[in-house]
Design a protein around this ligand. Structure first.
Ligand code: GLN
Length: 462
């Protein structure tokens, strides 16, 4: 896989136009993975010519990238992999895209995802599933499956994703690339299709941790159009702090977890020890409730965020209607996939009067206890580690008939999301069958730079 500096080298020895053309040709040559929903070739080549003419400059001048198709970007529709937004052309670009463009980077296309980012396999896309980069009979992971696969297949050196409960970390793990879910509020969510506003984050897939640092520092920082953004705290660290205290999460290393996944994580722990850090087992009692909390709070926020798609203002409108009620109902029925509707129904239920106290309120209280438990843990430990997912990439179709089984597979990623913590997935080896396995590094709020420095120091050390 090529890094950003490899690409910069190619640009200086040939041209940005040539590099962008090559990336587009590569994207076409891997079409069978169904990782991309559209290419923005015309706009990309136009910008590349401006780089060659010296009219566009910056630290990423001419470097091609791809965005998940829930980022508003020019040059192709923003579909969120849904029929609802199939022909929606963005009137503006997401802040994250704008910042990358201001640094000279060139968006060449839009990647497949689970419709509205609801899922963990990219099988919920209205435009067909994405195939895993290492094994085409397996899922890409999700919901940012397309972005992970284009990075793993070396179409581009980096791709943007969103992570609400694991959607960057899990596909990164399934495809063998680095995936960063930053501290909540690090990167503006302005211009990104909302899923669950209290846990949505913007992050990146890269080949290595150094590239992730670079892209994150370009994208992060305060944006007056997203009031949840934090002041810019993201600073890459050259060296990790030495002798860190690292906790290996016991609840994620039980016999239910795939043996090869556990082995990869244990090997990573050994490498941390060899590098002079201490690794010991830790236990967090609230983790067992995290899936239950997540699948109450997130659908509640989804049902509220998706209420805007009514067939009137923008998006898909059913034509076969007689009454206004039918227009709302049929447009939503035909524009959303089954998983979107399932979440709208769960969300509406847990927010309805009579059930609000029993479910939503309880889940929010439990979430506070989870946050407290993490905070206490970070008084004693610098970093927590564990697997990203209980298994390597599963077979296409294996979990589609059982939504609860699919939800349970998110057990290791949802907790940092609920607590707003930074968590990254870094490649930690492969199974005997050649499937990539990632390890998850979780840190205290705003320790993103520290996590990446630690990951960077271990790269190539195995
Ligand atoms: N798999 C999780 C879910 O289905 C996470 C999705 C996400 O982070 N967008 O909710």
């Amino acid at each position: 896989m090529s890094t950003i500096s490899d690409l910069k080298q190619s640009i200086s020895s040939s041209t940005a136009v040539q590099v962008v053309k090559d990336a587009i040709a590569k994207a076409d040559s891997v079409a069978e993975y169904n990782a991309l929903l559209s290419l923005t070739a015309e706009r990309a080549l136009d910008r590349a010519a401006k780089v060659d003419a010296g009219d566009i400059t910056g630290p990423l001048a001419g470097v091609p990238f791809i965005v998940k198709d829930n980022f508003l970007a020019f040059g192709a529709p923003t579909t969120a992999a849904s029929k609802m937004l199939e022909s929606f052309n963005a009137p503006l670009q997401a802040t994250a895209v704008e910042r990358l463009e201001a640094a000279g980077a060139i968006c060449i296309g839009k990647a497949n995802l689970d419709a509205f980012a609801h899922g963990g396999s990219t099988e919920n896309s209205a435009f067909g599933p994405t195939k895993n980069a290492a094994d085409q009979t397996r899922v890409a992971g999700g919901s940012s499956g397309g972005s992970a696969v284009v990075t793993a297949l070396d179409v581009v050196p980096f791709a943007l994703g969103t992570d609400t409960g694991g959607s960057i970390r899990q596909p990164a793990s399934f495809n063998g690339v680095v995936g960063v879910k930053p501290t909540y509020g690090t990167v503006s969510r302005y211009g990104v299709v909302a899923m669950a506003s209290s846990t949505d984050t913007i992050g990146v897939f890269t080949t290595d941790a150094a590239d992730a640092e670079l892209v994150m520092s370009v994208m992060s920082g305060k944006d007056e159009r997203d009031m949840t953004t934090l002041d810019d705290f993201f600073t890459p660290q050259l060296q990790p702090t030495s002798g860190q205290k690292i906790g290996l999460i016991k609840e994620f290393m039980t016999d239910d977890v795939d043996a090869e996944v556990r082995q990869s994580v244990n090997q990573y722990a050994d490498r941390l020890r060899t590098a002079g850090h201490t690794v010991e087992e830790v236990s967090l009692s609230m983790l067992q409730y995290a899936i239950a909390m997540y699948y109450i709070i997130v659908p509640a926020e989804i049902s509220s965020n998706l209420a805007r798609y009514d067939g009137i203002r923008y998006g898909y409108r059913s034509s076969d209607v007689q009454t206004l009620a039918e227009l709302y109902g049929k447009s939503r029925d035909e524009g959303f996939v089954a998983e979107n509707k399932r979440r709208i129904m769960i969300g509406s239920y847990v927010l309805s009067s009579g059930f609000f106290d029993a479910y939503y309120q309880q889940a929010q209280k439990a979430r506070t206890l989870l946050i407290d438990e993490f905070n206490k843990m970070f008084e004693q430990y610098d970093v927590l580690i564990g697997p990203v997912s209980p298994t390597p990439a599963f077979k296409l179709g294996e979990n589609t008939s059982d939504p609860v089984k699919m939800y349970l597979a998110d057990v290791m990623t949802v907790s940092p999301s609920l607590a707003g913590l930074p968590a990254i997935s870094v490649p930690a080896g492969k199974t005997a069958a050649g499937l990539p396995v990632g390890v998850q590094l979780i840190g205290a709020r705003k320790s993103d730079g520290q996590l990446l420095a630690l990951a960077k120091s271990l790269e190539g050390a195995n």
